[in-house]
Design a protein around this ligand. Structure first.
Ligand code: SAM
Length: 282
């Protein structure tokens, strides 16, 4: 009988993974961390009973989190990643011609253990000269820093435990303060069919702070229950209205190699089914 990892994110619905081999298990200062191998998805990172990422399908999430804002912006120089300790978001960010990609992760164990057991996730990005890693609370970082960024990407876990503050109005207000004019904030807002509050609350808070607020979708198999939603917020409507031709030019200029992202998918991802659109207003 194979050992099984049961996700505990939802009360009345769930997914499980058989564990071919457990690579690591630890109760860190912040959360319970498990890394194991699964026959379908490869290596899997789970925190506090919730699947965070897998070597099999992480490219969908990380490419959509990073290339959508960076290609829409077009001139991003400084990027802040809040969370993202596995290094997948940093991996995609350093593919762009940035001056700096700063990652603020609360749990150094996630970084260290991902480097050891999941090196495919960061793929050397931690050693990129543009990368700067800060171990600390992302909430406190945006509250206190004098730095300004073109794009802020919140690659947080679900709003439970240390991530809960990363969904608060105060946090988003400080993100707005840390953005340069025309900058873009990207958030992960869960799977709308199962976590509708995350979209409704996210829209309510962000639309009180930013001129242009939208959500876009991508289906990531291990974030089960349908497509997941990413939040988009900016003081300018220009980056979201970036034309398909411009996105194609930038995509080709940067010679990005992707497994999911294309400029066409980028544009189409903002088309929401009516039932998801309606969640925005509650
Ligand atoms: N893709 C994932 C998902 O949607 O489930 C997110 C994965 S990423 C590993 C989330 C990271 O956010 C974790 O490493 C966690 O330690 C980090 N994190 C949680 N709360 C944080 C905070 N307040 N400041 C900075 N990082 C935080």
């Amino acid at each position: 009988m194979k050992q099984v990892y049961k996700e505990t994110l939802h009360q009345d619905y769930g997914q499980f993974f058989t564990i071919s081999r457990e690579l690591y298990r630890e109760e860190t200062e912040h959360q319970e961390l498990v890394i194991f191998e699964n026959a379908v998805f490869g290596k899997v990172l789970a925190l506090d009973g919730i699947i965070q990422t897998t070597t099999g399908d992480n490219h969908i999430y990380h490419e959509m989190l990073v290339h959508v804002p960076l290609l829409a912006h077009g001139e991003a120089s400084d990027v802040l990643i809040v969370g993202g300790g596995d290094g997948g978001t940093l991996r995609e960010a350093v593919k762009h011609p940035l001056a700096s990609a700063t990652m603020v992760e609360i749990d150094s164990h996630v970084i260290d253990l991902s480097k050891t057991h999941l090196p495919e996730l960061s793929d050397g990005a931690f050693d990129d000269p543009k990368a700067e890693v800060v171990v600390g609370d992302g909430y406190a970082y945006v509250e206190n820093t004098d730095r300004r960024f073109d794009v802020i990407i919140v690659d947080s876990s679900d709003p439970i435990g240390p991530s809960a503050v990363l969904f608060s109005e105060e946090f988003y207000r400080n993100c707005r303060r840390c953005l340069k004019p025309g900058g873009i904030l990207i958030t992960q807002n869960g799977v709308p069919y199962l976590q509708s509050d995350e979209l409704t609350n996210g829209h309510h808070i962000l639309s009180g702070l930013f001129e242009d607020v939208a959500f876009y979708l991508a289906t990531v198999p291990t974030y089960s229950g349908g497509p997941m939603a990413f939040g988009w917020a900016s003081d300018s409507t220009a980056p979201r209205n970036c034309t398909l031709e411009t996105l194609r030019e930038r995509f080709e200029t940067h010679a990005l190699q992707t497994g999911y992202y294309t400029p066409e998918i980028h544009k189409g991802a903002f088309a929401l089914p009516p039932r998801i659109s309606r969640l925005m207003t509650g």
